[in-house]
Design a protein around this ligand. Structure first.
Ligand code: ZN
Ligand code: ZN
Ligand code: ZN
Ligand code: ZN
Ligand code: ZN
Length: 685
């Protein structure tokens, strides 16, 4: 891609979406130019439509529209109520984004939902829909008007209301309606029974607790539904079998998961409880554990009974029990059984040795400390398993190398249900000087890295006989070899890089330069803004917001934008075309002390949402006044900062004084026709 491709062919600014050559400035320009070409006939509605149109931020976002009612056909009421205000319809002039071609195309049979707005206060509801792609939130395309009733109507995504009951779907993605599902289950209560009233009640209670289309519908399953029953193990109170459930569970499946169907021949686990037919209360207590959702608990499919022994059976989804020991998995979603894992590792103790008893013990202890399936399993790694060994750094106790570990780390793979190795792992070798006799530095570091589960294993240099700790490479800076403080961020190299840059800029004032350098060297985390000297020619589109005796506040676009991140741990990255606020301190050219004190009032931490973030200092080339550059945090209407007691998060740009003013002005624009009601509504607002 040549550099030219980054810039909009029409306006010359950098593309908002370079890949799709989409420019938000030109898009908004188009939208604004088009304002004159349509009207709803109502000023308030027009304003809302314009506001929604200007919310666009991506090429895939919907351009909100005023839609003539004539573009809808097949308009059908949804739900049984005569008062319903929701209809389904086909939009003959709809649009659809083609993700393969990266463009919007016509769709003459687009299914939509039309929802009536009773009055203009209802316009607020528009905000609960989205023009972007937002999971679980229905899309909104525009507003139309029913010519018969003159009601304004929202044009929404199709199939968001249940066609049976007319309520919104509980789970939009699967078109799942909880009230209708529960209704169906209730209607079915008379069609099955376990023969025991208390067990029936439990199953009914479980069925009515269903919360989403993903939840299993717990059922009474007749024993003749099971085939291919095989014992896998037992203890004093239970026996575990695998079996095939002939009809299988009710599930949403298929490409769009819109139909609820049985999945036949589903593998399940049968858990027999000895003598449960004579001990119903104990059995019920066991079942009641399933009434509350518990993390990492086997999924319950239903309850059954052996017709010969009359023993009750708990039916679980397959994959919740270990086939080797018949115990429930320690981690069900990854099918990991800790007792079995430990016994495999123990059996293997005889197959390797470091040649040193103490080192063997450390490694064995480390292996048995495994807590979860994703823990790295520490090993003895013979030195000839490494290739491409390169020195990258050293300190008083150790030397650091990068290397390729030919076999790679041992770890648990749930897909293959067992231990596997990923070859050609990049690793970091830390060789401790004179560690042949196991120095304290070496021993302490091994212990602490085992506890943090950072260690891949221990090795030994065959020439020096020094012991080596083998770490995963990703935790270390590729430049200096030291450990990242924050993942992927090397403070040492980052600060060195800033220092290196000191010669590339100057404010022209030694005190100011020193202050900025000090601010840069004092950053504590990768979330800190790099405070900098910003030449005034970096600012464009400068607008005055507020002026008083001491200061002038302007908004501007900062071309290069603030330093916002890093590549490879230390290479600085910028956030181009950032809107910022410029606060010019009148007559500050000779008063640097006051200037620098003011800087300290602001925050440099990006996670600090309640304080105004400062980016740097600039200077007006004409007046020589110093300018503080900070976050876009001034209300452009009234010139006050958004920061006030109520503003918890400045990024909301919520200006309380302006909001109240707005409401007050509106008092004259409407009336309920009754003075008392008007007064009431005004005080509520
Ligand atoms: Zn453009
Ligand atoms: Zn429904
Ligand atoms: Zn096991
Ligand atoms: Zn580094
Ligand atoms: Zn304001």
């Amino acid at each position: 891609m040549v550099l030219n491709d980054y810039f909009c062919k029409t306006c010359g600014k950098i593309y908002t979406d370079v890949h799709n050559e989409w420019c938000i400035f030109c898009q908004i320009n188009d939208i604004e130019q088009n304002f004159a070409n349509w009207t709803s006939g109502n000023e308030k509605v027009d304003e809302t439509i314009q506001e929604m149109q200007l919310k666009i931020g991506n090429i895939t976002d919907i351009i909100f529209k005023w839609v003539p009612y004539g573009q809808f056909i097949n308009i059908k009421k949804i739900g049984k109520s005569t008062f319903t205000t929701v209809h389904s319809a086909i939009w003959t002039d709809g649009l659809k984004y083609n993700f393969e071609k990266h463009e919007w195309e016509r769709k003459s049979n687009k299914r939509v939902t039309l929802k009536c707005l009773y009055d203009l206060h209802g316009l607020k509801e528009i905000k609960s829909y989205t023009i972007a792609i937002l999971r679980g939130v229905p899309k909104i395309y525009g507003i139309t008007q029913n010519p018969d009733t003159n009601d304004f109507v929202m044009v929404l995504q199709g199939r968001i209301y249940c066609e049976k009951c007319g309520d919104k779907y509980t789970v939009l993605k699967f078109k799942w309606c909880k009230p209708c599902q529960i209704n169906d289950l209730k209607q079915n209560f008379t069609n099955w029974t376990s023969g025991n009233e208390k067990i029936d009640e439990f199953i009914q209670e479980m069925q009515l607790k269903i919360e989403s289309s993903n939840d299993r519908i717990v059922e009474w399953i007749p024993y003749n539904q099971f085939n291919d029953i095989k014992k896998i193990g037992n203890d004093d109170i239970t026996t575990i079998y695998t079996a095939v459930w002939i009809n299988g569970p009710l599930e949403y499946h298929g490409k769009n998961k819109k139909e609820q169907e049985r999945i036949p021949n589903e593998k399940v686990i049968l858990k027999y409880l000895y003598n449960s037919q004579n001990n119903i209360n104990e059995f019920l207590n066991e079942l009641k554990l399933f009434l509350n959702y518990r993390f990492n608990f086997p999924t319950l499919c239903g309850v059954s009974q052996n017709p010969d022994t009359k023993e009750y059976i708990i039916v679980h989804q397959d994959g919740s029990y270990c086939k080797d020991c018949a115990g429930a998995f320690t981690n069900i979603s990854d099918k990991w059984c800790k007792p079995c894992q430990i016994s495999v590792l123990k059996k293997n103790f005889a197959n390797w040795t470091s040649g040193n008893e103490k080192i063997d013990e450390i490694i064995q202890e480390g292996q048995l400390k495994i807590k979860t399936y994703s823990d790295r399993i520490i090993e003895w790694i013979s030195y000839d398993k490494f290739k491409n060994i390169n020195e990258i750094g050293k300190d008083d106790f150790a030397e650091l190398y990068s290397a390729i570990w030919k076999d790679g780390t041992l770890y648990y793979n749930s897909g293959k249900v067992g231990l596997i190795k990923i070859p050609d792992n990049k690793v970091m070798l830390k060789r401790f000087y004179n560690s042949r006799d196991i120095t304290n530095e070496f021993f302490n570091e091994v212990k602490s890295s085992i506890n943090k589960n950072e260690i891949c294993g221990i090795s030994q240099n065959p020439t020096t006989e020094d012991y080596i700790i083998v770490y995963k490479f990703n935790n270390y800076c590729q430049k200096c070899g030291y450990k990242y403080i924050t993942y992927g961020w090397c403070k040492t190299c980052y600060i060195n890089n800033l220092k290196y840059n000191f010669t590339t800029w100057t404010s022209g004032n030694k005190k100011v330069d020193e202050f900025i350098q000090e601010m840069q060297l004092n950053i504590k985390s990768h979330n800190d803004v790099i405070f900098e000297w910003i030449p005034y020619n970096q600012f464009n589109d400068i607008k005055e917001i507020h002026i008083d005796d001491f200061t002038t506040v302007r908004s501007a676009i900062w071309t290069d934008g603030p330093l916002c991140g890093y590549n490879y741990g230390y290479i600085l990255k910028r956030n181009f075309y950032k809107k910022v606020a410029l606060k010019c301190l009148h007559n500050s050219q000779n008063n640097t002390i006051e200037l620098l004190n003011e800087v300290k009032l602001y925050s440099i931490n990006k996670n600090d949402k309640s304080n105004i973030r400062i980016y740097g200092i600039s200077q007006d080339p004409d007046t020589k006044d110093y300018i503080l550059v900070f976050q876009d945090s001034y209300c452009e209407k009234c010139g006050k900062t958004y920061a006030n007691a109520n503003a918890k998060d400045l990024s909301y740009k919520w200006c309380n004084p302006c909001h109240i003013d707005n409401l007050k002005q509106n008092f004259t624009n409407w009336t309920s026709g009754n003075e008392k009601i008007d007064n009431f509504i005004q005080t509520m607002q």
